[in-house]
Design a protein around this ligand. Structure first.
Ligand SMILES: NC(=O)c1ccc[n+]([C@@H]2O[C@H](COP(=O)([O-])OP(=O)(O)OC[C@H]3O[C@@H](n4cnc5c(N)ncnc54)[C@H](OP(=O)(O)O)[C@@H]3O)[C@@H](O)[C@H]2O)c1
Length: 326
């Protein structure tokens, strides 16, 4: 809502909520207090979707597929789903990580909204599945290697995430006394975002690595993803920065740095900062990627995908700087 309410090309924003219906936006989300008068409406997917130019679904995984038939009956011009429901094109891969899908036939209608890579491929898209936050960071780090045909074996990504990656509801793993000044790994046997990463790697190339091992960690942060990838090369890569700069040439939100990126530089922004170095004479690359999980890894990427789909300026409403220290 923060991004849409200050977007120069967007008007008529409405917000729907089951728990906050009737409450002013600013009382639910204090940082919105100054922007505009407005209140949350009772969650009702038909009134949200009917006649809408764009509808964003920011629901827990599994809910969007439940609502899909009703949404399609209302026929909004563009749907951007932020959950995992429509991200994975391979039904077996989807089931392996998420279990049965209620309407897998709908997935084919969705484009994977990795905006910094898909770019103008999203022009005129009507159904977009916004990627997960870990998947966004990992795939932005791997894409230049796949594009150059250099990715040999299954790469490994060690990903650190802030507590806002697990949503608004209180959980033991997001409780401040446990989270603050603490660091621990989880889901080492297979994080769900491995599914969409594998799906994308297979879309991009039938040769080279077809999956990535994702080792997530909960870090003592509220926002942000810090990903460190290790990848074996098919042949030595001696100038990884040139490779990355070439792959992301002209892409407005990906910055290739000459030194390891700092997470605080991207917090609350739509930017990804990337750095890569060679090891063992170029046969291995270590790649660092930092993003904000809620903007580049979620809402910002969703708005960027909307901009591309509607033929708006890609950067419209998204060029704000971060706040560091944060
Ligand atoms: N957090 C991240 O970093 C991140 C990054 C990328 C993608 N995503 C994805 O984006 C989606 C939203 O993430 P989030 O972090 O905003 O999650 P969240 O804080 O849990 O918000 C989801 C909202 O959905 C509503 N909701 C909860 N249970 C529901 C139910 N059973 N039926 C209908 N609505 C329900 C609630 O809003 P009301 O009570 O107001 O209706 C809730 O606040 C998820 O699919 C998540 O995987 C999150």
């Amino acid at each position: 809502m923060r991004l849409l309410l200050s977007h120069p090309e967007v008007e008529g924003v409405r917000g729907y909520s089951s728990t906050h219906a009737g409450e002013a936006w600013g009382s639910v989300h204090p940082p919105l207090s100054h922007l505009e008068e407005g209140s949350f409406e009772e969650f009702d997917v038909s009134s949200a979707a009917r006649g809408a130019d764009v509808i964003f679904l920011a629901l827990p995984h599994g809910k969007s597929q439940e609502l899909a038939p009703e949404i399609e009956r209302c026929d909004p011009s563009v749907v951007v789903d932020l959950a995992a429901d429509f991200r994975i094109s391979d039904p077996k891969l989807y089931e392996q990580y998420y279990g049965p899908h209620m309407c897998f036939e709908s997935v084919a209608g969705y484009l994977y909204g990795l905006a910094d890579v898909e770019s103008y491929g999203l022009r005129n898209a009507t159904r977009i599945a916004a990627p997960g936050c870990f998947a966004t960071a990992t795939l932005l780090g791997l894409y230049p290697l796949v594009k150059a045909g250099l990715l040999a074996k299954t790469p490994v990504c060690i990903g650190l995430t802030g507590s806002s990656g697990s949503g608004a509801a209180l959980k033991p793993t997001t409780h401040h006394p446990r989270r603050s000044n603490n660091l621990y790994g989880y889901c080492a046997t297979g994080h769900r975002h491995e599914a969409e990463i594998a799906d994308r790697l297979r879309h991009w190339s039938s040769t080279g690595a077809q999956e990535c091992t994702l080792l997530p960690h909960s870090a003592p942060l509220v926002r942000g993803i810090h990903a460190t990838l290790s990848a074996e090369m098919v042949e030595p890569c001696l100038d990884p920065l040139a490779l990355f700069r070439d792959a992301y040439a002209g892409r407005p939100f990906v910055k290739i740095l000459a030194q390891p990126p700092q997470l605080s530089a991207v917090v609350a922004t739509n930017f990804a900062h990337i750095h890569a170095v060679v090891r063992r004479g170029g046969r291995e690359l270590v790649i660092y990627v930092v993003i904000d999980n809620l903007v580049k890894g979620a809402a910002g990427q969703a708005v960027q995908a909307m901009n591309l789909a509607l033929g708006l300026e890609e950067t419209s409403g998204l060029e704000f700087s971060g706040v560091s220290p944060c």
